[in-house]
Design a protein around this ligand. Structure first.
Ligand code: NAP
Ligand code: 12T
Length: 341
């Protein structure tokens, strides 16, 4: 169980990855009270140096005994690694904040977005799940609308950047873009089709229903986080040739009458949200602007001309930050703040 301390020993499992590297830099940026930082990855990376807190940390192998003395373990090395090693971290007394989909829908595991459902984090807790990136940025914007107008149905299409599938996918988009411009054949490793100059309506694996697992995460996680199984979510998730930040076109249908100007004012007051919505100045949220930043950006807020109780939104956030590493660090902050009170 996590005990109050001045400084905590923090382990990052998957520290060399696209998300793990940001976990390190965000712990540093936000001055999280880290005593010792243990950067864990596969045997391939042992001894690699990662920048942290003005110096560097040396990568150690993720092993069963790597969690001795660890207070907080941030996992971001894939579902299989979490399934195998999270129990060892817990056995050593660490609180695990897991970024994979392995435990998110377990009944006893809190699935937390600090601006949305901090009350789900009840002490004592041993494992907390970080939601899916596309779900996180959507629920940050949906929560105030649900509180004010009671959401009945959400129809969402995503435009997801390649960094969501890790460093290899970032390398693949860059390599294929160069190959395409040079008139060379496009080499595929990560995705089943070229991602350069293309859009793939396929994220994670297909299920028997015809939906992908990524789409069903948006359905199930949204309901769990908003604690309301009556909300209908109808998703299409699409990979686009963007490096960083996911965009989403979202249609929200509510029980009460909803008004776009009121929604704009309501969202502008929310912590964690920045409204960018001045069409007359061509100002709307853009992936290139959201990359490297913390807020969830919302714009194109407008009435649904075909429905009385519905609005359309365009929601953009950095998937590696709010969609993954930042949200995980915010959960850790919430945990230690609870201890301090
Ligand atoms: P990535 O860039 O491919 O990095 C993967 C990391 O996991 C690397 O540090 C890698 O270490 C480590 N790793 C892989 N296999 C391992 C093993 N058997 N033992 C120890 N370490 C191992 O991927 P990423 O984008 O950072 O994503 C990592 C995971 O985070 C994903 O699989 C997913 O579960 C989760 N994720 C969640 C969200 C979200 O929606 N919240 C978003 C993105 C990712 P080496 O460098 O040594 O190979
Ligand atoms: N397949 O954590 O490929 O559930 O963008 C996040 C991102 C799974 C997850 C992706 C994925 C997750 C992706």
């Amino acid at each position: 169980m996590l005990k109050k301390k001045d400084r905590y020993t923090v382990a990052v499992a998957g520290a060399t990855g696209a998300v793990g590297r940001r976990m390190l830099s965000i712990l540093e940026e936000r001055a999280f009270p880290v005593g010792r930082l243990r950067a864990l990855a596969s045997a391939r990376s042992v001894g690699q140096k990662l920048p942290f807190a003005g110096g560097e940390v040396s990568v150690e192998e993720l092993r069963e005994d790597a969690f001795e003395g660890v207070d907080i373990a941030l996992f971001s090395a894939g579902g299989g690694v979490s399934q195998e090693f999270a129990p060892h971290a817990v056995r050593h007394g660490a609180v695990v904040i897991d970024n994979s989909s392995a435990f998110r829908m377990d009944k006893d595991v809190p699935l937390v977005v600090p601006e949305v459902n901090p009350e789900a984090l009840k002490n004592p807790v041993t494992l907390v799940a970080n939601p899916n990136c596309s779900t996180i940025q959507m629920v940050v914007a949906l929560k105030p609308l649900h509180d004010h107008y009671r959401i009945r149905r959400v129809v969402v299409s995503t435009y997801q950047s390649v960094s969501g599938s890790g460093q290899k996918a970032i390398d693949e988009l860059l390599a294929q873009s160069r190959q395409a411009l040079a008139g060379e054949p496009l080499e595929k490793r990560v995705y089943p089709h070229p991602i350069a100059f293309n859009c793939l309506p396929h994220i994670d694996v297909f299920l028997d229903s015809g939906y992908t697992k990524e789409e069903m995460k948006m359905v199930n996680e949204t309901r769990k986080i908003l604690a309301d199984n009556t909300i209908e979510v109808c998703p299409t998730t699409v990979r686009v040739p963007v490096l960083y930040a996911h965009s989403e076109a979202v249609n929200v249908e509510t029980e009460k009458n909803i008004d776009a100007a009121e929604v704009r004012a309501l969202l502008a007051r929310q912590p964690g949200i920045e409204v960018v919505d001045r069409p007359e100045a061509n100002a709307y949220p853009l992936a290139r602007d959201a990359a490297g930043r913390d807020p969830v950006y919302v714009g194109r807020i407008r009435a649904d001309l075909t429905r009385k109780n519905a609005v359309n939104l365009w929601i953009v956030a950095d998937n590696l930050r709010k969609g993954a590493a930042l949200n995980a660090v915010q959960i850790a902050e919430l945990l230690i703040r609870r201890l301090a009170n």
